[in-house]
Design a protein. Sequence first.
Length: 180
Amino acid sequence: MLSTFFMGRYKTISDLMINEQIRDKEIRLIGEDGAQLGIMPAREAMRMAEEAGLDLVKIAPTAKPPVCKIVDYGKYKYEMVRKEKEARKKQRTIEIKEIRLSPNIDTNDLNTKVNAARKFLSKGDKVKVTLRFRGREMAHMNSSKHILDDFAQSVADIAVVEKAPKVEGRTMTMFLTEKR
């Protein structure tokens, strides 16, 4: 990630502007201890950074005026990479697991599907419960809604209904998520 290349006579590391690359006339300066030093010319801020033996890094280029900080660039870059890795480690993608049911499902089969849903919910995934209708079952869609209601009731201790049962074509779907 620390790619180094030359642009003119300036050395660029990453996407942050440092030292001579900062071309703005005025900047808002933050000292090495984190204190606001105010708005000043970039040349003066550059001189202060050189006196401290550190780098001037533009941390907020879109602000008016741009915000720069006096830091050791190597340490600053290392901290940023470490924070990024830490954030990626804590990030988790939520998957949607689907459980398919039919209108004439038996209670034991329903219990097996409930146990599968419990396992998915305990792992932190969302569960999409689908009730599929085929042929003559389409005529009795309204009377089959109780199957999804029973399913939701049996996992009510660990899950909450995110989207209520809804008919879409030949299927009736419901979404469950883990209780917080």
